[in-house]
Design a protein around this ligand. Structure first.
Ligand SMILES: [Zn+2]
Length: 141
């Protein structure tokens, strides 16, 4: 069986199954292929771009969108952001979750901190409503 995308003269699109590629023309000649929406017999095969070609077009589009920002530029931008954070926060390393919680509860002086947290700690912070943001970090080479 072969599936065809079909279109009637009013522009309705539908699918039809035929025993072979000749089957469609055969059935169309005999007036057996009708539009399920308006019942017209003026039906032809819809022109469809082959899937492979379409994938290529999409690939090219996404490629051209990426021209404006290269991986290196992106890294530089993230690095700039990282430096800004480094300058304005205190590194508490692996104690981030603990420190953030103490500051949040007023047990420690409010100050901007940075550090790392495990995904378990992250979940706990979220659950407790303690605000934090995750920032991509680019290491110096
Ligand atoms: Zn129709």
């Amino acid at each position: 069986m072969i599936k065809y995308d079909l279109r009637c003269d009013k522009g309705h699109l539908f699918e039809g199954w035929f025993p072979s590629s000749d089957g469609f023309e055969e059935q169309q000649k005999q007036g057996l292929v009708t539009c399920p929406i308006c019942s017209t017999k003026n039906v032809s095969r819809a022109l469809m771009a082959p899937a492979v070609k379409r994938a290529n077009i999409e690939k090219n589009i996404s490629k051209s969108n990426n021209i404006n920002i290269s991986e290196n530029e992106l890294k530089t931008k993230i690095r700039t952001l990282n430096k800004l954070i480094e300058k304005n926060t205190t590194d508490v390393g692996k104690d981030f979750a603990k420190e953030a919680r103490m500051i949040y509860k007023g047990k420690k002086k409010d100050k901007p901190i940075r550090g790392s947290a495990t995904s378990k700690e992250e979940k706990e912070l979220k659950k407790e409503g303690i605000p934090f943001i995750k920032v991509p970090w680019v290491k110096d080479n």
